[in-house]
Design a protein around this ligand. Structure first.
Ligand code: CDP
Ligand code: CDP
Length: 223
């Protein structure tokens, strides 16, 4: 079967990465999590006590410890220089600051450069905020995944509980709202539905239902 590239965008905790991973698995494609790249840049800046408003400082740090990705057992690993930071980038501190770092034009340019290298060979499911609008404007399938804020917060809450951590539901809601706002209002490549993207409201859908819906859309395109 001919291979295509699939772009999945949407707000925080809509289910993008969970579903994208399953779609990639079903199609034997590679799943690429672009949020991890902005998280890695943020982790690096925080670790070095950089001024997050100063993109030159962040870019200088990224020059010393460039971001790279590797794929083993179908899982994405992200590195800063030689250091694997796949787990280290998932802290609240990174989550609370990543949208600010992601507003910088130069930082975005560097991330997009890496992302475009990865899509040269088709067969990629890439998720993020600007994939359908900017990174892969010619993607054969573009999905814009949404869900209500309450549902998204509930999903994150349950995810934390499963990891043995009881988070504050209202705090999760506030984080989601704040990140969505910064992502939607930034000047460079804001979070917006591409005109040719298919919007999927997953508020009352299970992971498998969303996965199957996307696989049906892909099947229609490829055949
Ligand atoms: O936590 P969640 O999975 O919702 O977010 P993520 O995919 O890890 O992305 C973290 C943050 O990175 C987003 O809130 C955006 O600020 C930024 N991001 C972006 O600007 N562009 C992308 N293509 C991916 C992520
Ligand atoms: O990548 P993004 O931030 O859009 O969301 P995610 O991390 O894939 O999903 C957030 C949480 O919602 C995860 O715990 C998923 O298992 C869950 N989820 C769900 O319960 N129902 C869906 N239809 C999609 C995701």
């Amino acid at each position: 079967m001919e291979k295509i590239n699939i772009a999945i965008d949407g707000p925080a905790a809509a289910g993008k990465s969970t579903v994208a991973k399953k779609v990639a698995e079903a199609l034997h494609y590679t799943y690429i999590d672009t949020g991890a790249m902005y998280r890695a840049a943020t982790y690096l800046a925080l670790k070095n006590h950089a001024n997050l408003d100063d993109e030159r400082e962040i870019l200088a740090l990224l020059k010393q410890a460039p971001i790279s990705l590797s794929y083993t057992d179908d899982a994405q690993h992200i590195f800063l220089g030689e250091v694997d930071v796949t787990d280290a980038i998932r802290t609240d501190d990174v989550s609370n600051n990543v949208s600010l770092v992601a507003t910088h034009k130069g930082v975005r340019r560097e991330m997009v450069k890496i992302q475009r290298e990865l899509i040269k060979q088709a067969g990629v499911v890439m998720d993020g905020r600007d994939i359908g609008t900017h990174v892969i404007p010619d993607a054969a399938v573009k999905i814009f995944m949404i869900a209500s804020v309450d549902e998204r917060a509930e999903r994150r809450y349950k995810e934390n509980l499963a990891k043995g951590y009881e988070a504050d539901l209202e705090a999760i809601k506030a984080d989601i709202r704040q990140r969505d706002k910064i992502d939607q209002e930034r000047e460079v490549s804001p979070l917006v539905k591409a005109s040719d993207a298919i919007e999927l409201d997953t508020t009352s859908q299970s992971i498998d239902e969303v996965k199957n819906e996307i696989l049906a859309i892909v099947k229609e395109k490829v055949n």
